[in-house]
Design a protein around this ligand. Structure first.
Ligand code: ADP
Ligand code: MG
Length: 449
């Protein structure tokens, strides 16, 4: 059996045991790269898939491979070469957008959707591929594949774009379906005003009639109990009738504090996909596509400067282009790299900032919506103990601080507490994908701010 046949045979068996949606999500674009001394190297499309395959399916994959070829004793997963893709169904679409100009798009009253956000102008890279694939699948079969679909990622990385693209695509394909996009803050204020005007029944009727409900930035529901309760009922009603619900947040459901448990478990009941940071190649692709859309032109050197320096936020990449194109129009000349540097000064982060224990503690506290004071306090409440242990773990793991130092830093505790915390988190990360995901997100924040 060659590598391809081996992998096809493995996939055929895996497919029998997991849902088609999961199969499509996690095993798409996988292949056996090579084998060496009983070790099979499988290439996957992104690090998120790698983590899932390793943690969730690793054992079964090895078992199947071993049953096919008993020389195989180990499997390793590797993220394959970066692929740049623009989602093209209709390759003449992009220039048309350029001609229209973004300002001319209007938000549609019925659906609250902005037609400028489409799949066609959404650029795909390893960082957002899963979220895009899931979104695309949902737009083709609302209520039929992933329900709810929950997309999370930091600000400026394309959540709203994707959510709205689903909405616009559904409107295009299923004109009879009632689709509605709403930011969570706006939903909250609708609930508040309905309470005030005693018109809650109307609000309920309005939402229950929707076929595809898109609620953006659900982290803003945190702590708003009445809104959560209303949304819970709407959610259940729609869900039971196989209506599609799509949600976004800046963090996974587990990490949204002050969210009623029953709502959290609903959010976790479907497909959860994250958007991480775009790699350099994708940042370049995004810049080039946006230049093309806007009919502007900058040298490769200028684009490289922007892509190398703005790494964490696609909105800022766009902001850089806007600024440079304004300069170009005003001065009627192409900016060179020196001018670009000065024009973009305040968009660009200063060179690598130092990571300090204080920063780690602050980021952990922020992530779990706690005050730093609470993490350092003597409290034994679970919702505080866990973040405190995570902070200890990160101090050890990232800064290699000594246990006595870590104990002292976290509210004057004994070094044995720090050791216990570190070991406990290490153990749990292995068992608990959610915890591993949360810690990854916290690390992203620590290294990006
Ligand atoms: P978020 O909701 O995550 O804060 P947005 O969806 O508002 O981010 O995206 C910020 C800006 O970047 C928008 O103008 C959006 O069109 C653009 N953008 C984000 N991701 C992509 C992408 N993959 N391809 C093209 N444009 C993108
Ligand atoms: Mg948004």
């Amino acid at each position: 059996m060659n590598n391809d046949e081996l992998w096809q045979a493995t996939l055929a068996q895996i497919q029998l045991n997991i849902s088609p949606a999961n199969f499509a999500t996690w095993f798409k674009n996988t292949k056996v790269n090579h084998q060496e001394n009983g070790k099979v190297v499988v290439s996957v499309s992104n690090s998120f898939a790698k983590e899932w395959l390793e943690n969730k399916y690793g054992k079964s994959i090895l078992k199947i491979l071993h049953s096919l070829d008993e020389k195989i004793k180990d499997v390793k997963y590797e993220v394959g070469k970066t692929e740049m893709k623009v989602f093209k169904k209709d390759s003449v679409f992009l220039p048309e957008i350029g001609q229209l100009g973004f300002q001319e798009f209007e938000i549609q009253k019925e659906t609250n959707l902005n037609p400028k956000y489409t799949f066609e102008n959404f650029i795909i890279g390893p960082f957002n591929e899963l979220a895009q694939a899931a979104s695309w699948a949902v737009s083709k079969n609302p209520g039929g594949v992933y329900n709810p679909l929950f997309i999370y990622g930091r600000v400026g990385l394309g959540k709203t774009h994707l959510l709205q693209a689903i909405g616009n695509e559904v409107v295009k394909n299923f004109s009879k379906k009632k689709t509605r996009y709403i930011p969570s803050e706006k939903f909250t204020s609708e609930v508040v005003s309905s309470i005030r005007k005693h018109s809650m029944e109307n609000l309920k009727l309005k939402y229950r009639a929707i076929d595809v409900l898109i609620l953006d930035d659900v982290q803003f529901l945190a702590g708003k109990e009445k809104t959560q309760e209303e949304f819970f009922h709407i959610f259940n009603h729609l869900y039971e009738k196989n209506k599609q619900i799509i949600l976004s947040s800046d963090r996974p459901p587990k990490a949204i504090s002050a969210l009623a448990e029953r709502l959290r478990s609903r959010f976790e009941g479907g497909m959860i996909a994250d958007i991480s940071y775009p790699d350099y190649e994708t940042r370049m692709a995004i810049l080039k596509t946006k230049c093309q859309e806007r009919k502007i032109n900058f040298s490769e050197e200028v684009l490289d400067y922007i892509a190398s320096n703005i790494q964490k936020n696609i909105r800022e990449l766009e902001g850089a282009l806007t600024r440079l194109s304004a300069y170009q129009k005003l001065n009627n000349q192409m900016p060179d790299v020196e001018i670009v540097k000065s024009l973009l000064q305040n968009l660009i982060l200063s060179p690598k900032k130092l990571i300090t224990p204080k920063k780690i503690i602050k980021m952990v506290a922020e992530f779990y919506d706690l005050k730093e004071k609470e993490i350092l306090s003597p409290s034994r409440k679970r919702e505080i103990v866990r973040p405190r242990q995570i902070a200890m773990y990160l101090l050890r793991e990232e800064l290699k601080n000594s246990y006595p130092f870590i104990g002292r830093k976290l509210g004057g505790r004994d070094h044995t507490t720090a050791i216990h915390a570190y070991e406990k988190i290490i153990k749990e990360i292995k068992k608990d994908e959610n915890l591993a995901g949360e810690i990854n997100l916290i690390k992203q924040r620590i290294f990006s701010i």
